[in-house]
Design a protein around this ligand. Structure first.
Ligand SMILES: CC(C)=CCC/C(C)=C/CC/C(C)=C/COP(=O)(O)OP(=O)(O)O
Ligand SMILES: [Zn+2]
Length: 456
């Protein structure tokens, strides 16, 4: 509880006056009583200063908690044995959002450890010697890109990852998680995003994956893990981001998807993962991220609304009886740039946001700071649950999205009034590699998988 607002690690921290803080019990009590929404309204009133102190981001405590987690990684670290590349990713990404880098010893340990997880035939397993897995590969590759050093990047065998991903490709066009493993939208996203990041995305990998994802969009508007299942925020982000990366986002029913996600933000201010379930801090990113992507797709949304309106009129007049409102395939970015999969992610990132935040970003920041933040460091799903690195990563990612949600460009600055609490709460923007798993670092230094380069 000794952390001061003026810790010098963040913008304008020196200006923060000493303020009264709530105890953990007081904060949990407020959250449990569902008074967060009331607090939000009271931001307008005279007691704003006191409220603001409750909304402080405990930066140093989070860094301490995260760094300790990373230090524990290594060949003898057996907790969550098949999850270690994920632990690397959650921690490194969280630290990057907090503007914190790791020292070279730690960096070398992570690179060495992930190299031990890399399979001889391509891809990364959940630990040394384990079966290569598409999700572990995503976590390992994103960790190494987050480190961003020559040593980290050159440890990735792009050619072999390409063969591994092709091996994971199913006849349906979707991907499976590992040899003989499950096929779902998560596998499709992790495969497509890794391929996009490493600039190895090609027609063979893309073939029919969009149709599989499309078959997972449900009557509610969100996307399910597999055809016939229930729409879920995690899969909705994965499905939408994948579609953007292959240039087929306009095939989804975007107005219904946005409607579904927007209504997942509850009176508690956080997002739920699916209809009638409890809110949870991690959906700040999965649902908030889907809306942050959708913010840049408003031209397609307009088109789809116009054509469904016109179609509605035709149906009303008995002219047309089909219900499809999708534009024809000929409209997609892919047809305009045949074979240029490598540029699709960057085209998307150049798109300006067509509006402000599509969700209540101040409310979401309140939920994350007040209900998910653990004062000893780290974040949790909700009050009463323990902190963990997964929730720390996605709560911080969601918080950052909120802070930049009114910026027009991906690299645009955060407006001070959109940062809830002290301005020292400002995080680094969520890197495009997490938003869409595309990064300018790898793009600019790597070439196609058929060419010899630093990435083997
Ligand atoms: C890149 C990558 C690996 C993405 C993963 C995306 C993700 C979070 C998928 C959600 C999986 C799921 C059905 C959780 C439901 O858990 P639950 O029933 O415990 O939670 P709920 O009650 O909130 O639905
Ligand atoms: Zn969660």
């Amino acid at each position: 509880m000794e952390q001061s607002a003026g810790d010098g690690s963040s913008p304008s921290s020196s200006a923060a006056p000493p303020q009264k803080r709530l105890t953990v019990t007081q904060r949990d009590q407020i959250a449990a009583e569902g008074r967060v929404f009331g607090i939000l309204q009271s931001l307008e009133d005279a007691s704003f200063q006191t409220q603001e102190s409750m909304l402080e981001l405990w930066r140093d405590k989070h860094i301490e908690y995260l760094t300790r987690g990373l230090r524990q990684l290594g060949p003898n670290f057996h907790v969550l044995d098949a999850n270690r590349p994920w632990l690397c990713y959650w921690i490194l990404h969280s630290l990057a959002l907090l503007g914190e880098s790791v020292d070279s010893e730690m960096e070398n340990n992570v690179v060495d450890f992930l190299s031990l997880c890399q399979d001889n035939e391509g891809g990364y397993g959940g630990g040394p010697g384990q079966l290569p897995h598409v999700a572990s590969t995503y976590a390992a590759v994103n960790s190494l890109i987050t480190l961003g050093t020559e040593r980290a990047l050159s440890s990735i065998n792009r050619h072999k990852i390409h063969s591994f991903l092709l091996r994971m490709k199913d006849v349906s066009g979707a991907f499976r998680m590992h040899d003989g493993g499950e096929i779902d939208v998560r596998a499709c996203y992790t495969a497509i995003s890794v391929a996009s990041c490493l600039n190895i995305l090609d027609q063979k990998l893309v073939e029919d994956v969009g149709n599989y994802i499309l078959s997972c969009q449900t009557y509610e508007g969100g996307i399910a893990g597999e055809p016939g299942s229930e729409a879920h925020g995690g899969y909705t982000f994965c499905g939408l981001a994948s579609m953007v990366l292959i240039g087929e986002e306009d095939k989804l029913d975007l107005p219904t998807l946005i409607d579904w996600v927007v209504f997942r933000q509850g009176v508690e201010c956080g997002f739920q993962g699916r209809t009638n379930k409890l809110v949870d801090g991690c959906y700040s990113f999965w649902q908030g991220g889907a809306l942050a992507v959708a913010q840049r797709l408003l031209s397609f949304v307009d088109e789809q609304l116009k054509s469904s309106f016109l179609e509605g009129k035709k149906v009303a007049k008995g002219i047309c009886s089909t219900s499809s409102s999708y534009p024809s395939e000929g409209d997609s970015d892919l047809d305009e740039h045949p074979g240029e999969f490598s540029n699709i992610g960057s085209y998307f990132l150049e798109r300006e946001s067509g509006c402000g935040s599509l969700f209540h970003s101040a409310a979401l920041q309140q939920y994350v700071l007040l209900c998910c933040q653990v004062l000893e460091g780290g974040f949790r799903d909700k009050p009463g649950k323990p902190r963990d690195h997964y929730h720390s990563c996605y709560c911080l990612s969601g918080l950052s999205l909120c802070q930049y949600s009114w910026s027009k460009n991906v690299n645009g600055p955060a407006l001070p009034k959109t940062v809830l609490g002290p301005y020292a709460n400002l995080l680094e923007p969520v890197h495009p590699s997490t938003m869409l798993s595309w990064t300018s670092t790898t793009k600019s230094t790597s070439s196609s998988p058929n060419h010899e380069d630093n990435y083997s």
